[in-house]
Design a protein around this ligand. Structure first.
Ligand SMILES: Nc1ncnc2c1ncn2[C@@H]1O[C@H](COP(=O)(O)OP(=O)(O)OP(=O)(O)O)[C@@H](O)[C@H]1O
Ligand SMILES: [Mg+2]
Length: 257
């Protein structure tokens, strides 16, 4: 079984707080008001770890471009500040992988190379940002047969090594939209729980319901409402989180607001 990379064999890359802010990553800085929503999501996830033993969380949406990767990166950053755990941000959106861009990595050998069995990619590479504890496993985006790769032996080995790894390891797995293809459902079959990201004024309540019935209500970790307006995250405003109960009563044809 491929050993999961850890902080000892991760590749360290330059990073500082100016870069973080520049790239929209606020979760590392508890003094920044924009990290507040991510800290809240972090405590909800840690509660679920305590209650249900959940450690492997997928991040999905019904439709594309609602901020899944932005939320994945920031929630993983917020979790990584808790010294009791080791947090991994894993990019399994094989076609549109964007964690590499968000964290300014230039992966020579990302998850995709590992899954394809490229020479020298016997273990998926992990990166560690200078002065931070977060481990990032990016992938190089591209037009590939993602369904075959995700159903293949190497993907199973990777997901198994996450599952059997130390109980203090937490995984935030960035995924494609649920209805784009089968990729999110294929990966979710091996994860513990998922977060659905919805965008205010854009995602319909029915779409959120449909995504939840597709993946199963029992593993829903939460619905995050991303209030993306004109590219600005303002204090205590950019991101909010809602729970399924809120949606259950809502008009399924209404837009999320
Ligand atoms: N709350 C926010 N504030 C500012 N910018 C945001 C916010 N949410 C998302 N964005 C920006 O919107 C764009 C789309 O977000 P992102 O890539 O995270 O969406 P996605 O759901 O992962 O898309 P895809 O379906 O392609 O994977 C990015 O440029 C991201 O930085
Ligand atoms: Mg994305």
């Amino acid at each position: 079984m491929a050993p999961l990379p850890d902080s000892r064999n991760a590749v360290e890359v330059p990073w500082d707080s100016a870069m973080a802010k520049d790239r929209g990553i606020f979760g590392f800085d508890s003094m920044d008001g924009r990290s507040r929503s991510f800290n809240l999501i972090r405590s909800r996830l840690l509660d679920m770890k305590a209650k249900n033993g959940w450690r492997l969380f997928g991040v999905v949406s019904a439709t594309p471009n609602v901020g899944k990767s932005f939320i994945s990166a920031n929630v993983a950053a917020a979790l990584s500040r808790d010294p009791r755990y080791s947090t991994y941000a894993v990019d399994l959106d094989l076609r549109r992988g964007s964690l590499s861009n968000i964290f300014d990595l230039a992966p020579q050998s990302g998850i995709r190379d590992f899954l394809e069995g490229s020479p020298g990619a016997d273990t998926p590479v992990a990166y560690r940002l200078e002065n931070e504890r977060l481990l990032i496993m990016p992938t190089a985006a591209g037009r590939i047969h993602s369904a075959e790769l995700l159903a293949g032996e190497r993907a199973q080995v990777l997901l198994r090594s996450m599952r059997v790894s130390d109980d203090k390891n937490l995984f935030i797995v960035d995924l494609p939209p649920v209805f784009a293809n089968d990729d999110a459902a294929t990966v979710m079959a091996r994860l513990d729980a998922y977060i659905v990201v919805a965008e205010e004024g854009k995602t319909k309540t029915r779409e959120v319901h449909d995504a939840i019935s597709h993946l199963g209500q029992s593993r829903l970790a939460g619905v995050v409402l991303n209030k993306y307006r004109g590219g600005v995250v303002s204090e205590g405003y950019g991101v909010d989180d809602y729970y399924a109960a809120g949606y259950a009563q809502a008009d399924p044809t209404a837009k999320v607001d």
